[in-house]
Ligand binder design. Structure first.
Ligand code: MD6
Ligand code: FE
Length: 214
């Protein structure tokens, strides 16, 4: 435990930076609804490993729900209204997702968050997400709400430039990070997932990020 990192924590709510807040356990009350809804999404849009513009296959498997889905292939990163694997629209955003994302954003001071995209990431042990900025969304005034489920992971939280130093934030099942305003373009990533077994999700970590993409 990094005592200084959590010195300002109140009721499980920790300001990580101006515009970025960790809400510990905020999604726990909705965990069953979330797991059921994730299964419904996966029936029509299964996890898949996308290719980066540089030609690497991502270690994190991804899918989407909502009006827009984040996709990557050799031609670049973008949002698409259709799943490229089926050419069909992405599954609808489950109402439990929408309600939780809106409520979490409001706790962090971002009222009337109206997400139209939910990227769902699946990490198996060994998977990682290298430092990046989320900048494919049209409306940078909207925050991102990130929900972590399953195995714990270490979130890397950097600055506005790629070379800035990073903090390491441990994320547990049920934790929610809200991220916007002056933090919206901070670099961030996820360290290599360690092996483990979560009682509900087994050997995986699932992360959902809600965005206003269109
Ligand atoms: C993840 N999350 O936690 C990946 N991006 O699996 C992200 O890339 C992310 O958690 C923007 C804001 C919050 C996030
Ligand atoms: Fe991101």
């Amino acid at each position: 435990m990094q005592a200084d990192l959590f010195a300002d924590e109140h009721d499980g709510q920790l300001q990580l930076a101006s515009g970025a807040m960790l809400l510990r356990g905020y999604a726990l009350a909705e965990q069953e609804a979330f797991l059921t809804a994730i299964d419904v999404v996966l029936e029509s849009a299964p996890f898949r490993h996308m290719t980066t513009p540089g030609g690497y296959v991502m270690s994190v498997a991804m899918t989407n729900c909502g009006r827009y889905g984040w996709v990557s292939d050799v031609s670049g990163y973008r949002y698409s209204e259709n799943d490229p694997q089926t050419n069909q629209p992405w599954p609808a955003m489950p109402s439990a997702f929408l309600h939780l994302a809106r409520a979490a954003a409001a706790v962090a001071g971002f009222v009337e968050f109206d997400p139209d995209a939910c990227l769902i990431n699946c990490y198996q042990p060994g998977a990682r997400l290298s430092l990046h900025q989320d900048r494919n969304e049209r409306d940078m005034s909207a925050p991102i709400v990130s929900v972590s489920l399953g195995l714990p992971a270490t979130f890397l939280f950097g600055g506005l430039r790629c070379g800035d130093s990073t903090q390491r934030i441990p994320l547990q099942h049920g934790d929610v990070v809200v991220w916007g305003g002056p933090a919206r373009l901070r670099y961030h990533g996820v360290l290599t997932l360690k092996p483990g077994n979560h009682p509900l999700l087994g050997t995986r970590r699932i992360n959902l990020t809600f965005r206003k993409a269109g």
